[in-house]
Design a protein around this ligand. Structure first.
Ligand code: AMP
Length: 283
C-alpha cells in the first residue's frame, strides 16, 4: 500500500515537511493545481516523479484569479478523490493552505506580469487573471521552494507567463511544460468539463477538431487568415460563443502569419452554454 502524502495546511507544517523530505539535498518538484484532479494533473505528477526525488502537489483554489462573475463558488472540489489519486501516484506532500493563510489580513501586494501576459489572448477576456496567477505562483514557489515546477500546455499562455516570471524574478525554480492530455474524442481534460450538459459535452470536441483542421489547411499552404476565419465560423456554427481562434508565435505569443516567421501555436477559447473552454495545439 502506498503511503498517504503529508498534508500541510500551515506554513510552519509545510516548512517542517519540506525539511524532512529534502534531507541530503533531495530534489523537490512542485505541481500547482486547483484540485478536482483528472488525468491531465496526474500526467504532470508522473513527469515530476521522473525528474525529482520528491514531489509536492499544491491544491488551492485561488480566489484572486477569478473575476466576480466567474465560478469561484461553484468550482468543483473533490478532496477525498484527489488525495486517493495522489496517494496512488506516490506523491510526498500536499500543500493545501486556506485563503487566509495565503492572503492574511492586510495582504497588499500583486505581481503585474507583462510580455506574454499582455498578448491579447486570455488577458483580453480575463484581465484580472494573470495578475492573480503570477502572484499565487510566486507565493507557491517561495513557500514550497521547489527545484522545478510542472505546468500543462493546456494553459499555454499561463505556462509562458509563469516561465517568464520565474526567470525575471530569479525565483530559482525551473518551469517545465507538459503536453495536453485529452479525452478519447479529443476534448482537452479540464476540471471545468463537469459543468457540460450531455449535449454540450457532445459538441465540445469541435474545438480540438477545428484546431487540427485549421492547422492542416495552414500546412497545406492556405493563408492563415482564411483558414482561421473558416475555423471560427465552424466553431460558431457548432453553437459556441467564440472568444478567439488565433495563430501565434509559440515562443513570444506574437501574432504570426506564416510558418517562415517561427514555430506556430494555434489557440482557441470559446463558451458553450455557461462553460468557457480553452485549447491549443502546435500548428
Ligand atoms: P488547474 O487545476 O486547472 O489550475 O491546473 C493545474 C495544472 O494542470 C496547470 O498547469 C494546467 O495547465 C494543468 N492541466 C490542466 N488540464 C490539463 C490537461 N488536460 N493536460 C495537461 N495539463 C493540464
Amino acid at each position: 500500500m502506498p503511503h498517504s502524502p503529508i498534508v500541510a495546511r500551515t506554513l510552519s507544517s509545510l516548512h517542517r515537511a519540506r525539511t524532512e523530505l529534502c534531507k541530503r539535498n533531495a530534489t523537490l518538484a512542485l505541481v500547482p493545481t486547483m484540485g478536482a484532479l483528472h488525468d491531465g494533473h496526474v500526467s504532470l505528477v508522473r513527469l515530476a516523479k521522473k525528474r525529482a526525488k520528491r514531489v509536492a502537489v499544491s491544491i488551492f483554489v485561488n480566489p484572486t484569479q477569478f473575476a466576480a462573475h466567474e465560478d469561484l463558488g461553484s468550482y468543483p472540489r473533490t478532496w477525498k478523490e484527489d488525495i486517493a489519486r495522489l496517494t496512488a501516484e506516490g506523491v510526498d506532500l500536499v500543500w493545501n493552505p486556506d485563503a487566509t493563510t495565503m492572503y492574511p489580513d492586510g495582504f497588499a501586494t500583486r505581481i503585474a506580469p507583462e510580455g506574454p501576459a499582455l498578448a491579447g489572448l486570455e488577458d483580453k477576456f480575463r484581465p484580472h487573471f494573470f495578475g492573480g496567477v503570477a502572484t499565487v505562483v510566486a507565493k507557491l514557489f517561495t513557500q514550497v521552494r521547489p527545484d522545478m515546477a510542472f505546468f500543462g500546455e493546456k494553459d499555454f499562455q499561463q505556462l509562458q507567463v509563469v516561465a517568464r516570471m520565474a526567470r525575471d524574478l530569479d525565483l530559482g525554480v525551473k518551469v517545465i511544460g507538459a503536453p495536453v492530455i485529452r479525452e478519447r474524442d479529443g476534448l482537452a481534460m479540464s476540471s471545468r468539463n463537469v459543468y457540460l450538459s450531455p449535449d454540450e459535452r457532445r459538441t465540445a470536441p469541435v474545438l480540438h477538431q477545428t484546431l487540427k483542421a485549421t492547422s492542416k489547411r495552414m500546412r497545406a499552404g492556405d493563408a492563415f487568415k482564411t483558414a482561421l476565419a473558416d475555423g471560427a465560423a465552424r466553431i460558431s456554427d457548432a453553437g459556441f460563443a467564440l472568444d478567439y481562434l488565433e495563430a501565434r508565435h509559440a515562443g513570444t505569443l506574437a501574432p504570426i502569419t506564416s510558418f517562415s516567421e517561427g514555430p506556430v501555436r494555434l489557440l482557441v477559447a470559446a463558451k458553450i452554454g455557461t462553460t468557457r473552454l480553452i485549447d491549443n495545439i502546435k500548428a
